[in-house]
Design a protein around this ligand. Structure first.
Ligand SMILES: [Zn+2]
Length: 277
């Protein structure tokens, strides 16, 4: 199978198996979305002269090429045994669903090695409900549960999420130019509705963070609609986890299976294996 002999990041191999044009389009559009209210990124885009943008692009590629060289010469030899073991198989225990945001690095946050996480990233760490959008994310979920038999699925949101900002500001001119992104964000509409009903002041600074958290809950509930997930949950073979990563502080909060509240990850309780929240 392609998935077990392909690149180490499993969902890349899966994309070859089930290419999804819509998901690719959405992911590319995310680059533009960084201009939506972000105090750190807006200065980087619109005001730069064409020559400066070209120079930065060249510099960016040089950085990547140099990084590949360093990996091959320094890092790869140190882990050669690990890569040899992974050359023709993978057995990740966890499906990790995170935002495509460049600041989120699942393997760094969790200090995991190649082969440990089956990763799916998209705008807003979204999982469409089963039957709504049968695309790349649904295929990843099905493959992770059925072929790989993962025992845990983590949906990880994060602070300062551009996707959630866009969801709070649907009239934003930038979002208006990205109908595909706008369509994708409808998969988080239930979360927006909950926050709109409970935080009625549009200027309430808590709204964004509450939406980030509620979106994680919404996507966990969507996961439960996927047959491959529902069956394994019922059999006690799978647990679902909702996390929120704090970019500035480096910490992770988790949705406690008992109370449903966000608590520091270390203090969460896991109720058996079927901890759908
Ligand atoms: Zn995000």
């Amino acid at each position: 199978m392609v998935e077990t002999t392909g690149p180490l990041i499993g969902n890349v191999a899966l994309n070859h198996l089930a290419p999804d044009i819509d998901d690719v389009t959405v992911t590319r559009a995310f680059d533009k979305m960084s201009t939506i209210p972000s105090k750190r990124t807006t200065r980087l885009s619109s005001t730069a002269a064409p020559a400066a943008r070209k120079a930065r692009k060249t510099s960016s590629m040089n950085r990547l090429v140099e990084g590949v060289r360093q990996f091959h010469e320094r890092e790869f030899p140190r882990r050669q045994q690990l890569f040899a073991e992974l050359a023709d198989r993978q057995q990740p225990q966890t499906l990790f669903i995170a935002c495509a945001d460049s600041r989120i690095v699942p393997e760094l946050i969790t200090q995991t090695q190649p082969g440990e996480l089956f990763v799916c990233r998209n705008i807003g760490n979204i999982v469409p409900a089963y039957g709504e959008m049968m695309g790349g994310v649904s295929a990843v979920v099905e493959y992770a549960c059925t072929a790989l038999g993962v025992t845990d699925i983590v949906v990880c949101g994060h602070t300062d999420c551009g996707a959630m900002k866009a969801l709070l500001n649907p009239a934003d001119p930038t979002l208006q130019t990205m109908p595909t992104v706008a369509s994708w964000l409808r998969n988080a509409e239930a979360a927006r509705s909950v926050v709109a009903a409970t935080y009625t002041d549009p200027d309430d600074p808590q709204r964004l963070q509450r939406l980030v958290e509620q979106n994680v809950r919404t996507q966990l509930s969507h996961l439960g609609t996927h047959p491959a997930v529902a069956g394994r949950l019922a059999a006690g073979q799978l647990a679902l986890h909702g996390w929120v990563y704090d970019i500035e502080g480096g910490g992770v909060s988790a949705i406690d299976a008992g109370s449903g509240a966000l608590v520091p990850l270390a203090s969460t309780t896991i109720r058996g294996r079927a901890t759908a929240v």
